[in-house]
Design a protein around this ligand. Structure first.
Ligand code: FAD
Length: 253
């Protein structure tokens, strides 16, 4: 038999696999087992049709240490997300209703953002602190156990790749299992290792670039204005961005 730990960033399977204390599973112990991005994310959905829906389906509004994005999800619905630089775990101390706070934080921003807030039912607004981890150099598999998705490679949402990588993991593991002729437990280990080999580099690249994207949101101006780093970084971004985007946004099968 095979156990696949697809139990998200606070994976209990991952903890057990690496012999970490089982009473340290979860966000309360995040400082030991994950890295806080510096941002908390509010999300909501609402029935709303922006005037320019035929021209633009996805928008990002960038500001100083906060940003907002929204996308058409079909049938007249929009999904939106707002990033604010709160310390981790501050949700419980925040007494203010979430939409009220967002209206204040984005008070001088585009009216389009406020149209979305106005159209949103306060009960559907969610908030979560954004964490990721470094690639798991020790590997994603141990014997007949394998990690998948955020359990193996929690990824910042900035490039929209965490879920995509989880789906690719599942597809590739499915392929490996379908092709296999399992006669004994050694065979299972080989299959899981092959799955890991096929997925590790690509998922790690997505993790790295997504973290970079998240960090640059904070340090973009600092980087751009640095007389030495700025020009080199801007040249590299212009040169390599089309290649990396093509790599990331083409499916691994
Ligand atoms: C704000 C935001 C925006 C994002 N946008 C995108 C995007 O545009 N595109 C994209 O591809 N990705 C995006 N992502 C990332 C994506 O959401 C995750 O990478 C994806 O959900 C990971 O899927 P998963 O199944 O590995 O983990 P999860 O979605 O975390 O699922 C894990 C499941 O395991 C369950 N579980 C946990 N522990 C146990 C247990 N002990 N027993 C039983 N069940 C358990 C959990 O309840 C959960 O249902 C975004 C993430 C965030 C936070």
């Amino acid at each position: 038999d095979i156990l696949v730990g697809a139990d998200g960033i606070w994976s209990a399977v991952r903890h057990q696999m690496f012999d970490l204390p089982m009473d340290e599973v979860g966000q309360l112990h995040a400082s030991k087992h994950a890295r806080y991005s510096g941002y908390t994310c509010f999300t909501g959905t609402c029935k709303h049709t922006p005037a320019d829906i035929k021209e633009v389906a996805y928008k990002v509004f960038l500001g100083q240490e906060q940003y907002f994005g929204c996308t058409d999800t079909g049938h007249g619905w929009q999904h939106w997300w707002a990033f604010l630089p709160d310390p981790p775990g501050s949700a419980s101390a925040d007494q203010e209703p979430m939409l009220g706070r967002l209206r204040k934080e984005f008070s001088e921003w585009s009216p389009e953002i406020h149209d979305l807030f106005d159209a949103t039912n306060p009960d559907v607004v969610k908030r979560r602190d954004l964490f990721d981890r470094l690639p798991l150099w020790k590997g994603w598999t141990d014997g007949a156990v394998a990690l998948m998705g955020d359990a193996a490679h929690p990824t910042m949402p900035n490039l929209g790749q965490g879920g995509a990588m989880a789906i690719e993991d599942a597809y590739i593991l499915g392929q490996e299992l379908e092709l296999a002729n399992i006669q004994n437990s050694n065979e299972i280990q080989k299959i899981l290792k092959s799955y890991e080999r096929r997925r590790f580099v690509r998922a790690s690249v997505a993790q790295f670039l997504s973290r970079n994207g998240s960090d640059l949101l904070v340090d973009w101006d600092k980087m751009r204005k640095n007389p030495i780093v700025g020009p080199i970084a801007m040249k590299s971004i212009n040169l390599f961005q089309p290649i990396t985007m093509d790599y990331l946004y083409s499916a691994d099968f």
